[in-house]
Design a protein around this ligand. Structure first.
Ligand code: R5P
Length: 273
């Protein structure tokens, strides 16, 4: 792997733990002003010190993240369809590699829609983005999107989608956690991070998801709604950091969340040391 590409990856996959806590905030590109992300700047500001990277579009980056911030950026570069359409798979690359370089991002990300009506165009777009990324030392993250078919999130489907993404050259893959997630990890030769999906019923369920994913071999999370739709988002991301970077159990992470034992993980920069 090229030095520049490795260096960009190491900005957010922390060399100390080999893990990452990415904060996903790219929902607006097809969902509009998602609940509690109506004002991205206000939502994200208190969370940035605890994120190893932030996943956003160029619009949110320009308007809502100070250019003086040192948080690594994973730039969403695919889009072209909104939640008003039934078929969400009709995406294309909407942001060029040159723009990604100008914005000094650490990786680019696009959705692939395996099995969906526009499977072909999304997979070809992934291959082309990897070619462009390799030319400039820019890592590419494939996101195994399921559109509105949330029931697709099982090990059989996700194993297929992750493996296809890796075979086409993705340097890492974002997917969903599921029962039998170790099989998904086993079949995917590049690192996996997990999304959280829609807000879960309890804080414990969020932490169990993170713990289960890490135990099965994910290198971290790229999570949005279960952090910033939480009533205590900063405590939640700290609790997730404890699991991802400090091998905390769910119970220990719950203590961090509740502030009971004061086990408060250091923010991003110190954690990377
Ligand atoms: C979809 O909009 C994006 O890929 C999200 O970044 C991804 O789903 C992670 O966000 P959440 O944890 O809210 O599912």
């Amino acid at each position: 792997m090229d030095w520049g590409l490795q260096n960009r990856l190491a900005r957010f996959v922390k060399p100390g733990s080999g893990h990452t806590v990415m904060l996903a905030a790219d929902h607006g590109y097809f969902m509009g002003p998602t609940r509690r992300l109506e004002s991205p700047r206000a939502t994200l500001a208190p969370l940035l010190p605890y994120a190893d990277a932030i996943a956003v579009t160029r619009g949110v980056l320009r308007t809502s993240i100070p250019p003086t911030s040192d948080v690594p950026i994973v730039l969403r570069v695919s889009g072209g369809v909104s939640v008003l359409k039934e078929d969400l798979s009709d995406e294309a690359v909407t942001t060029s590699i040159e723009e990604a370089l100008r914005l000094n991002v650490s990786a680019v990300a696009l959705s692939v829609f395996v099995g969906a009506p526009h499977e072909h165009q999304s997979l070809v777009a992934l291959g082309e983005l990897v070619d462009a990324g390799e030319a400039y030392g820019m890592p590419v993250m494939a996101i195994t999107a399921v559109g509105k078919e949330l029931e697709k999130r099982d090990a059989r489907y996700l194993s297929l989608a992750c493996r296809v993404s890796a075979e086409l050259g993705a340097h890492c893959v974002k997917t969903y956690y599921c029962e039998g997630f170790d099989k998904v990890v086993e079949g995917c030769p590049v690192p996996l991070v997990v999304a959280g999906g829609p807000k879960l019923d309890s804080d414990r369920a969020v932490l169990e998801l993170c713990h289960g994913a890490l135990a099965a071999g994910a290198i971290g999370v790229d999570m949005g709604r279960n952090i910033w739709q939480s009533d205590r988002p900063v405590a939640m991301i700290k609790a997730i950091r404890a699991i991802v970077h400090e091998k905390a159990s769910v119970r220990e992470a719950m203590d961090v969340l509740d502030g009971e034992k004061g086990r408060a993980p250091a923010p991003r920069r110190a954690a990377a040391a």
